[in-house]
Design a protein around this ligand. Sequence first.
Ligand code: AMP
Length: 249
Amino acid sequence: MKILVAVKRAIDYNVKARPKSDGSGVELANVKMSMNPFDEIAVEEAIRLQEAGKGQEIVVVSIGPSACQETLRTAMAMGADRGILVETGEEVQPLAVAKLLKAVVDREQPGLVILGKQAIDDDSNQTGQMLAGLLGWAQGTFAAKVEVSADSIEVKREIDGGLQTLALKLPAVVTADLRLNEPRYVKLPNIMKAKKKPLDTLTPAELGVDIAPRLKLIKASEPAGRAGGVKVADVQELVAKLRNEAKVI
Ligand code: AMP
């Protein structure tokens, strides 16, 4: 089975995201970028499936500027076999990403597509669901454990108050949650080897996909600062404040 994994180049999770001074979006100039953390988990899971004899080839796909090649090389250094960059300098919203991924799926015919559950920059949590809808495939979102058998995949999902287990017919779309696995560190020799792995570049036009934005960002702003705390003299004052000011009792 071929496994396709979508990897996004996103703002590094250690960087504090700041809005641009004109509020037109998040500041990306001179900001460290890395693979979206949930996508690292998705790549790791594909590699573990391959190591367990459940996957023949792992193809990683990234959509965005040419710098996304770095993200693809990191995924290949982890163990993916080849990469596809869908290159565009334009803004690509989740629906456009899902349409582009569908076009790549139509070409590559994987048995399983794994994505991150969400990109930590836009926090959309939409792409996997939209891709499954466009393909007409089963979806297992927020996967905490997966088990692949001949023609199906069992996905355990963490839900409020417990675990939900789904059995999906393959081909299917799975999105990775935090506890699915712990991604491996990339070793230096593998970084060198990854440089020789095949990386193809396509454009949205070659895939016949219109990526025009459908949503308009009105404003990006910092969350309101927290008001400072106050010291209360005794329990009576605390109770009075909770009742009359915070109105929580
Ligand atoms: P989102 O719906 O934007 O929160 O993203 C969910 C997942 O879709 C991510 O974790 C990635 O696996 C995939 N994805 C989103 N945008 C891209 C992109 N530009 N290139 C590759 N994969 C993407």
